[in-house]
Each structure stands twice: as C-alpha cells, then as structure tokens.
Ligand binder design. Structure first.
Ligand SMILES: *Cc1c(COP(=O)(O)O)cnc(C)c1O
Length: 383
C-alpha cells in the first residue's frame, strides 16, 4: 500500500513511473522540471501569509519591466490567459459586464481568428474564447487568410483579433502576424496573441501586440502557471476579471513567486547557451542512433524556432522490429520514454531535445539500441 504523499515518498510507491521526456514541454507530462532555485523561492513564499494583491503587483511589475511590457498579469496557464485576455477586451473594467461573463449580450464581443488558427492544444482555442465571453469568429479559409480579408471582417462587433503562434496552427497561406498587426492597428482593434510555448518574452510586445499569453510551464520552465503581457489599460482589465471568471483561474503565492523566479532566471540566460545545450543533446541522440542497425536518422528543423532541431527516427523495411513496436517499446519502459511525435504514415517518430539533459539523451539512445537488438523486449519478457 502506498504511504500516501507524506515524505519520504516516490512516484514509484504510487505505482507511477517518472518519464524521460523526449517530447518538449508538455502540460500533460507535467510541463517542466523546476530548478532548485525556483523550488527554494516557492518554499520561501509558502512560509508566510501575505497581501496577495500587493505581491501580485510587485511580481508582475518586475516581470513586465524585464519583458519590456507596460504590464503583466499572472494566471494558471496560457489557456486561462486566452480566457482572461478575451474577457478583458469584451468586458473591460465594467463590474456589471465582468459579472455577466461568459454571457456577453453586448457588442463588441466577437474575436476574429484566422480559420487555420482555430486549433486544439489539448482543448479548443475557441472554447477558451467563449469562456471569456467572446464569440469566436473564423476569418478566411484554413489555408488562406489575407490582410484584405481580415480588414473586411473587422466591424463594430469586433472586440479583438486573436493570432495563434503554435506548431498546431496552419500558417502556410495565412498572413504574417506583422501584417495582421498592421490591419488591427489601422482599425484600432486590439491584437491578442497566443504564444504559449514561444521562447521570446519580448518579441511580441516589442512588435506592438496589445496582449500576449505565455505558458509558465513551457519555455520559461516555471511552475504550472501562465503569463499575460501587454498594454497597461488592458492588463488593468485582466486584473479586473479577478472579481469574475478569473477567480477560478487564480494562482497561489507559491506560483506567483516561482513564476517570477523562473522568468528572472530565464531572462538572464544567454539564448546562445540554450541553443548550444540543445545542440549537444541532439548530437548525443544523432551520433548514438546513427549506427544502430536498421534505423534511419534524419534531422528536422522546427518551423518557428529556427535554431531548434529535432531527431527523426525511422526503421528500415527489413528490420524485425517495426516502427510501431519501437514506439510502443519506448512508451512501455522501463524507463518510460515519450517521443514528441509518432507518425506511422510518414514512417518516423520524432525526438525533441528541449526537456532532455545529456544523461537522459544517453538513456534514450541505450533504450532504442536495446529495443532494436531485441534485448529490450527480452528484458520485458523476463520481467
Ligand atoms: C500549451 C498551449 C496552450 C495551453 O497552455 P497551458 O499553459 O497548458 O494552459 C494554449 N495554446 C497553445 C498554442 C499551446 O501550445
């Protein structure tokens, strides 16, 4: 019987297996592994009662100035960020409207979204918009949205335009964010950006977008939390939602401090160093897997993060181990290894370096080797 979660405890006692994460930062895999510094900051935060409003203001102000933004607002995740950004542009700071959400019986309440950006990140973007009182309104076709189309779609009922930066979003044929921004600025309509997993905390604010949401647990490597950056009046409107729907997305003092510590640490990192660390992990994977019999190794560059390479692993036709068996062998463990993507149609799976350390990359290489040589499956038979 597990002893429960009183210390000392382990995931294994609960019948769970810690995961070697070759899929990048994924909310469903626990988002991030926190550093000792962030954990120490959170422990300290938990030791005292504090005026939450004042703590938020201090933390958010520090983060805003680090990111070159007028203001910042913390919430539970980028998904909550979508809800609160929407609520901010639909209800503003009007207490009656804030209390009426998510049912906005007034205009403007429409949120225009390029059709190809109406994705699911695990839950639908448009549902988050509805939760914030917005009416999600697609613009154009999945594979074609022009500036002219966006301009024509904006009318008196338009509360904002939402642009999604994600590998899930269809981008070919869809106007660039800078082009969309030129349209919204000319029309005087706010531009909201979902940048959940994006790495640059300054870029979108510097471009002039009105609000942008990030996930605290993805690139920033913070606790499960979310961050909105942007224009002060709209950040004030985000704040005002704490008396409404944002109440069910509130974060604790530990996450406020942990997210702030993670952002300060992240902002202090040399991006070149991050690129080098990743490249070193990719090298271990590529070099370690290159000579494994019956494997095909290719490199793939991420569509947005041009400095991010991922390793594609395919299995030769004559191999006695199929790609499917390799994939399920990795998932079965031990150790449990989760690749970024398994694409049986195209015939490969993808390994992502972002959440892997060098030692874990070696574990991945060893496990793939064992599985391909039959040792991995024998082990399992014996176990
Ligand atoms: C992960 C993700 C989200 C949700 O982020 P959470 O922090 O898990 O709430 C929203 N949008 C996109 C594009 C994402 O990738």
């Amino acid at each position: 019987m597990p002893k429960g979660l009183l210390p000392p405890w382990s995931y294994e006692e609960l019948g769970l297996h810690p995961i070697v994460n070759a899929s990048g930062h994924m909310t469903h895999l626990g988002a991030s592994v926190l550093t000792a510094e962030v954990m120490a900051a959170m422990r300290k935060a938990s030791a005292h009662y504090i005026d939450m409003r004042a703590l938020k203001q201090v933390a958010q102000q520090r983060v805003a100035s680090l990111c070159g933004a007028q203001g910042a607002y913390f919430t539970t995740g980028a998904a909550a960020g979508l809800v609160v950004m929407t609520a901010a542009v639909v209800a503003g700071t009007d207490p009656v409207r804030i209390a009426a959400l998510p049912h906005a019986s007034w205009v403007p309440n429409r949120i225009l979204i390029p059709a190809g950006h109406m994705i699911s990140f695990g839950a639908p973007v448009e549902q988050m918009v509805r939760l914030g009182g917005g009416v999600p309104t697609p613009v154009g076709a999945v594979n074609r949205v022009s500036a002219v189309q966006l301009e024509a779609a904006i009318d008196g009922a338009t509360a904002a335009v939402l642009y999604v930066r994600s590998h899930h979003a269809h981008q070919e044929g869809v106007l660039a964010l800078s082009e969309a921004l030129a349209v919204t600025q000319a029309k005087g309509v706010p531009m909201l950006v979902d940048a959940a997993a994006e790495e640059d905390l300054r870029q979108y604010v510097a471009m002039g977008v009105d609000l942008v949401a990030y996930s605290g647990g993805k690139a920033i490597n913070g606790p499960t939390s979310g961050l909105i950056l942007g224009r002060q009046d709209l950040i004030d409107a985000c704040y005002a939602q704490d008396a409404g729907i944002a109440r069910c997305m509130k974060i604790g003092k530990e996450e406020i401090v942990g997210l702030t510590a993670a952002i300060i640490a992240y902002a202090g990192q040399d991006p070149e160093e991050r690129i080098r660390r990743r490249a070193a992990v990719v090298d271990i994977l590529r070099e370690g897997l290159r000579h494994v019999i019956d494997l095909r190794i290719e490199m793939e560059q991420d569509r947005f993060a041009r400095d991010l390479w991922q390793v594609k692993v395919g299995v030769q036709k004559q191999s006695r181990m199929s790609l499917e068996e390799l994939y399920h062998g990795l998932l079965a463990g031990p150790p449990v290894i989760v690749p970024r993507r398994y694409d049986p149609e195209a015939g490969y799976l993808v390994l992502d370096p972002r959440a892997l350390g060098p030692e874990e990359a070696i574990v991945v290489v060893q496990r793939v080797r064992d599985l391909m040589s039959g040792a991995g499956s024998r082990e399992k038979d014996e176990g």
